[in-house]
Design a protein around this ligand. Structure first.
Ligand code: GDP
Ligand code: MN
Length: 353
């Protein structure tokens, strides 16, 4: 059966060599955004090639690349050749990629060393912490993004396995949604010992920030299902995997979110612990947005090491020309580790699951 989505008119593929002359064909104020290091050029091209072939060659949405050091000429040349839309390159200001003054650096070093000894993933890495804090609190404040309303976060080295023959930005906008994900899973507890406690503290000060149709229950352990925030329920660690996100920048520009980020930043857990941007974004999305504003892109085949997923129905694979390099029963949605069933429980299933 055909899938009802707001389709954009099909347009011929045209390759325009000069990036400054490329005309956007999609109608949304939207961009791909990739935070990336120069040495990841090959993996960037792998991601771009798939997104372009599977989707963007008909829309020519622009690409925005961000880096804490200047991009090399080679990086700029090669990535702009692979894009069908314009490409822009931003240098992140130092205030958005450094340890803030209120952080006790000795304590930070001690905690990092401990986490490294305990083999916590990226536990000893300071640059990883800058990355997580940047994605939590600063990516949407980069001047290059001011011109946009929507973003699609792309990481180097991903797999993107099905055609997307509609405009996901337009789809989100016209269906009143703000945030889209492909994979959901629990965070390593050792990276976020006090993230939830700080969140509860913040929410007690601002109970009115909780959306009346929030996805709180998706965040709570089995034992605490049905509880409200006043009961100090336990966080199950579930989050939307943020290496893929298609969303509205307005979620993060919202003063309530910025206030939440500032509370977390003051608490210091981006450095003393190793808070990821995925749980931070996800907790905020689950609490501050309505469940209906969050969308599972069940029709998108996606891989980021070490997990992958694909749509389930066979007829869908024909339609979207999916090439999923794994057995469908190994799709991550069906894995015991996946939080997808929790999401289905509160949001229902979408076509393609
Ligand atoms: P993982 O997905 O959690 O294993 O972390 P990644 O190493 O993939 O990092 C997440 C994203 O941030 C990727 O897009 C990386 O390219 C980017 N990234 C990570 N560390 C840095 C860094 O130090 N500088 C820059 N410019 N980008 C980084
Ligand atoms: Mn990654």
């Amino acid at each position: 059966a055909p899938i009802e989505r707001p389709l954009a008119p099909k347009v011929p593929i045209e390759v325009i060599e000069d990036p400054s002359e490329r005309v956007q064909l999609g109608n949304e104020r939207a961009t791909f955004v990739m935070l990336i290091r120069n040495l990841e050029l090959k993996e960037a091209l792998k991601s771009m090639k798939q997104i372009e072939d599977r989707f963007n060659h008909r829309y020519h949405y622009p690409w925005t690349f961000l880096n804490d050091v200047p991009f090399t000429e080679e990086f700029i040349r090669e990535t702009s050749k692979r894009a069908s839309g314009k490409t822009e390159y931003g240098l992140i200001p130092e205030e958005h990629w450094s340890v803030p003054k209120h952080i006790d650096q000795e304590k930070m070093q001690r905690e990092m060393k401990k986490m490294q000894e305990n083999k916590v993933i990226y536990g000893g890495s300071l640059s990883y912490r800058h990355m997580c804090r940047f994605n939590s609190g600063f990516f949407f404040r980069q001047p290059l993004l001011d011109q946009y309303e929507w973003y699609w976060r792309v990481e180097p080295g991903i797999g993107f396995y099905c055609d997307v023959d509609y405009d996901p930005f337009a789809f989100l906008r016209t269906s009143g949604k703000k945030y889209g994900f492909t994979i959901t899973l629990p965070e390593y507890k050792s990276t976020i010992p006090t993230l939830w406690t700080e969140t509860l503290k913040f929410m007690k000060e601002h109970p009115d920030y909780l959306h009346s149709n929030s996805s709180l229950q998706y965040l709570l352990t089995d034992g605490d299902q049905g509880k409200t925030l006043d009961a100090n329920p336990e966080y199950n660690g579930c989050h939307f995997w943020s290496n893929f996100e298609i969303g509205s920048l307005s979620i993060w520009r919202d003063p309530n979110y910025v206030e939440y980020f500032q509370h977390l930043d003051q608490a210091g857990g981006f450095f003393y612990e190793r808070w990821g941007d995925a749980p931070v974004h996800s907790i905020a999305a689950a609490l501050f947005l309505g469940t209906h504003e969050i969308h599972h892109f069940a029709d998108m085949g996606y891989m980021h090491v070490p997990w992958s997923r694909c749509p389930q129905p066979k007829e869908f694979h024909m339609h979207a020309k999916c090439v999923c390099p794994f057995d469908l029963k190994d799709s991550f949605d069906l894995n015991g580790w996946s939080c997808q069933p929790r999401w289905w429980k509160i949001a229902g299933k979408e076509y393609g699951t």
